[in-house]
Design a protein around this ligand. Structure first.
Ligand code: SAM
Length: 285
C-alpha cells in the first residue's frame, strides 16, 4: 500500500477517523516515498526482528514488514489504533503495542516479543524524546544489533560528532561509548505532514557489545558524563563539583590525578579521558 505517502489519501484517512495531529506527541508523518524504503534497508532487519518506536499511520512499519521476520511497533497514541488496523491489515508479521517507550521495560518487551531472534531498532523518532530514547536503548545494553533513527539535523550532527570536539555533548559521549554512529542522509522538512520547522537526518548506531566503558562502574560513568556537560561552558572542575555534589578541591584533585589540565572543559575530553575519570573516582570512593 504505497498510498501511505499520498497526501490526499492520508488527509482523507485521518479525517474519516476524526484524527488531528498532536504537536505534543511529535506527530510529523513521513510523506516522502523514498525515505522509508531506504530506512528499512539500512536497518538491516531482513529476516530478523525489528522494534519500531512510534509507527504513526504505519508508513515505515509496512516497509519493515516486507523485510523483517517480525515487527513490533510501540505507539503512545491510542487514537491511531483503528487507523493502524486498516493500514496494516495486509501484513501478518506486525504486532502493535500501545504504551510510552520511556515507561516500557524494553528488556522484558524484547524478550517477550522476540525471544532468541536477533533484533534491530528502526524509527522516525518523536523529536521531543530523542535523547532519552537513545540513552535508554544504549545504556541498558539491550541485545540490539543496530539502531536506525530519524532525528533533527542538529541532533544528528551532535550525536555523530567526535568526543573532544566543540559540537560534542553528553549524548555524543554516550553514543560513542555504546555504539559506532554514522550520519547516513539528510531529509528536508517538506518530507513530513505537517512540515516541522527543522530539517532531519537518518543516522545508524551499530551497538558495541561490550561497550567501551565495560571495565567501569557504568552508572557512575553516566553520572560523570551528564555532570560534565550539564554546565558545558564552565571548567570541568566546577561542573563536576556541582553535578556530583563533591567539593571543588576534590574535583580539582581528580582532574589532576587523570593528568588533565586544570582549566579543561567537558567538550575537550575524549572517551578515554571519561573512562580515566571514572576509574579515578571509583578508587577514591
Ligand atoms: N513513523 C511515523 C512516520 O514516520 O510517519 C510517525 C513518526 S512521528 C515523528 C512520531 C510517532 O511517535 C508518532 O506516531 C507519535 O504518536 C509517537 N510517539 C510520541 N511519543 C511517544 C512515546 N513516548 N512512546 C511511543 N510513541 C510515541
Amino acid at each position: 500500500m504505497n498510498q501511505l505517502t499520498n497526501i490526499g489519501f492520508i488527509k482523507q484517512l485521518l479525517s474519516s477517523f476524526g484524527f488531528s495531529f498532536s504537536k505534543q506527541m511529535g506527530q510529523n508523518f513521513l510523506i516522502n516515498p523514498s525515505v522509508c524504503p531506504k530506512m528499512a534497508e539500512l536497518s538491516g532487519c531482513d529476516g530478523i526482528g525489528v522494534l519500531e518506536i512510534g509507527p504513526g499511520i504505519g508508513v515505515l512499519t509496512e516497509q519493515l514488514a516486507k523485510r523483517a521476520k517480525k515487527v513490533v511497533a510501540l505507539e503512545l497514541d491510542r487514537r491511531l489504533q483503528p487507523i493502524l488496523n486498516v493500514t496494516l491489515k495486509e501484513t501478518d508479521n506486525v504486532s502493535v503495542i500501545f504504551g510510552d517507550v520511556l515507561k516500557t521495560d524494553l528488556a522484558a518487551l524484547l524478550q517477550e516479543q522476540f525471544g532468541d531472534l536477533p533484533v534491530v531498532v528502526c524509527a522516525n523518532l518523536p523529536y521531543y524524546i530523542t535523547s532519552p530514547v537513545l540513552m535508554a536503548l544504549l545504556e541498558q545494553q539491550l541485545s540490539i544489533g543496530r539502531i536506525t533513527v530519524m532525528v533533527q539535523k542538529e541532533a544528528a550532527r551532535r550525536i555523530c560528532a567526535q568526543p573532544g570536539t566543540r559540537q560534542c555533548g553528553a549524548i555524543t559521549v554516550t553514543v560513542h561509548c555504546y555504539s559506532t554512529p554514522k550520519l547516513q542522509f539528510y531529509v528536508e522538512r517538506g518530507s513530513f505532514l505537517p512540515a516541522p520547522n527543522v530539517d532531519s537526518a537518518v543516522i545508524t548506531l551499530d551497538c558495541k557489545h561490550p561497550p567501551e566503558n565495560a571495565g567501569c562502574d557504568q552508572a557512575l560513568f553516566g553520572r560523570i558524563v551528564r555532570a560534565a556537560f550539564a554546565q558545558r561552558r564552565k571548567q570541568l572542575a566546577n561542573a563536576l563539583s556541582a553535578g556530583l555534589h563533591i567539593d571543588k578541591q576534590q574535583a580539582v584533585a581528580l582532574i589532576k590525578q587523570c593528568g588533565l589540565p586544570p582549566a579543561v572543559r567537558a567538550e575537550e575530553l575524549t572517551l578515554a579521558d571519561f573512562k580515566q575519570l571514572c576509574h579515578c573516582m571509583e578508587e577514591t570512593d
